[in-house]
Design a protein around this ligand. Structure first.
Ligand SMILES: Nc1ncnc2c1ncn2[C@@H]1O[C@H](COP(=O)(O)OP(=O)(O)O)[C@@H](O)[C@H]1O
Ligand SMILES: [Mg+2]
Length: 255
């Protein structure tokens, strides 16, 4: 069965058709790329998958279950985690707390357990802390556990954001332009990190990326959209030699 199935997804904002009949079928364990010029509709597709918008038309299913009508937190609890084009972190909380906070919804204690500091609450809090530290260690972030994200270089902030996404143990990880704003050595580190996550976790990754180098070195399959519509798909090699893709990226003169 598919992990993510999208069929005929269309999104209109007033008169603007931001996404037009987009379809994709991802099996568990795939690492797929989504590329296209600015304004092509890429982030909108992620907003639709993660429940921020309800589609004008079309269906999205996770492990065969339709997500229509679900709120973002309900989609998260189905195992979907994401990062944002502009990094979103709690900048006045430590790196450790940024990781801890996203896990609370997974824990089985009630508001009363928390208020009364019951044994169950204390046990859950300990478990959360252990998981958070283990994750920070695995992602080479442990030495920054007590830092505020705003004091870290941008490349590390991106790493923290990805660690936070990973802390919910997602089946599907959506990365929205993870290399945006990174310098070239940070980009190399990011490529290694994404490859490491893909190889070491039971996870499916769908990534939007503007930098061709990142997509072509990581993704097994790439979908290309322009003005909301799919204009090409294939392997890195297919895409790079596809005239429609070259035209969308560089304009007619470069064909
Ligand atoms: N909430 C919204 N309301 C109105 N228009 C939107 C909204 N979100 C995105 N758009 C528009 O949809 C188009 C696609 O945007 P987006 O998905 O962010 O593109 P991309 O991520 O490919 O750069 C753009 O023209 C954008 O202005
Ligand atoms: Mg975008």
């Amino acid at each position: 069965m598919s992990l993510l199935n999208i069929d005929g997804l269309t999104q209109r904002f007033g008169g603007l058709q931001a996404v037009s009949e987009f379809s994709v079928d991802m099996k568990g364990g795939e690492l797929m790329g989504l590329i296209g010029p600015n304004g092509a509709g890429k982030t909108t597709i992620f907003n639709l998958i993660s429940g921020f918008y309800q589609p004008t038309e079309g269906t999205i299913s996770l492990n065969g279950k339709p997500t229509a009508g679900l709120k973002p937190h309900q989609v998260t609890s189905m195992g979907v985690a994401r990062t944002f084009q502009n990094i979103r972190l709690w900048h006045d909380m430590t790196v450790l707390d940024n990781i801890r906070i996203s896990q609370h919804y997974r824990m089985g204690y009630s508001v009363w357990d928390s208020f009364l500091r019951t044994k169950k609450y204390i046990r859950c809090e300990k478990a959360i802390e252990t998981i958070a530290y283990d994750l920070l260690e695995a992602m080479s972030l442990k030495e920054f556990a007590e830092e505020l994200p705003k004091n870290l270089p941008y490349g590390l902030q991106r790493r923290v954001e990805i660690a936070r996404a990973m802390s919910i143990k997602p089946h599907l990880l959506l990365l929205d332009e993870p290399a945006a704003g990174l310098n070239s050595s940070d980009v190399e580190d990011l490529i290694k990190l994404i490859r490491w996550i893909h190889e070491n976790f039971d996870i499916t990754i769908f990534m939007i990326e503007h930098q061709m180098k990142v997509v072509t070195s990581l993704c097994q399959w790439i979908k290309v959209i322009d003005f909301g519509a799919t204009i090409a798909e294939g392997t890195a090699e297919d895409i790079q030699s596809n005239p429609a893709v070259i035209k969308a990226y560089l304009g007619d003169d470069n064909i």
